[in-house]
Design a protein around this ligand. Sequence first.
Ligand code: PGA
Length: 259
Amino acid sequence: MTTALRRPLIAGNWKMNLDLRAARNLLRALRENLSDVAAEVAVCPPFTLLAAAAEELKGAPIRVGAQDLFWEKTGAYTGEVSAEQLVDIGCSVVLIGHSERRRCFGETDDTVARKLKSALRAGLMPVVCVGETLEEREGQKTYRVLQTQLKGALSGLAPAEAGKIVVAYEPVWAIGTGKTATPTQAQDAHLFIRKTLATVLGSEASMAVRILYGGSVKPDNADALMAQPDIDGALVGGESLKPVSFLRIIHFQAPAEAG
Ligand code: PGA
């Protein structure tokens, strides 16, 4: 599990799900049952529910995050939402470069880099998503893909700033498929990500960056994943819509300390 340097972060990615009433019910269930939690917790509802979520969670130890943003502050960009607008309604987290955005909406490492800079400019905590497809994994390209995505995302950032980011490793073949990376496969990718971050940011800063695992995280695999030394949290899709499951993942069981 993560060291004292890195507080675990469990974030729920609701994707394009839930209406206002269902969102309020879910948030109330979370807020009422969050007891003594060691992890930092965040939920990322769709844009339409963000203001209500921020209001519902006022005073609760749960951050509100968006699933995307646009890099300009204001202007003629129909359909887009800026980092500053997110902060204004109470968001403090934003997902950037999720594989569904890369695949369905043409996001590239360049757009991810621009979005990341704008999130940092506004003081949001960015969660930069990276991960390989099944074809890339089977073609032994996992490391190359992760390295390209990370270096692309971080290009032009000062190490001090880049140290504020969170990275989510989400193998595309594990998202929404019920197929989870094994703890060993995930740890292996996380360690590679940390080493890549060290080459860009320096090793001290890389040790402070939280790296989340995402892709079919469930109550019955969360403990084993969280027990890995370089897995510092989880980005949870489907199971974050179910209060009992998400609460169980949030209250993951840390392995007993040796000695
Ligand atoms: P999943 O989604 O947990 O439903 O696989 C994770 C994600 O896409 O962030």
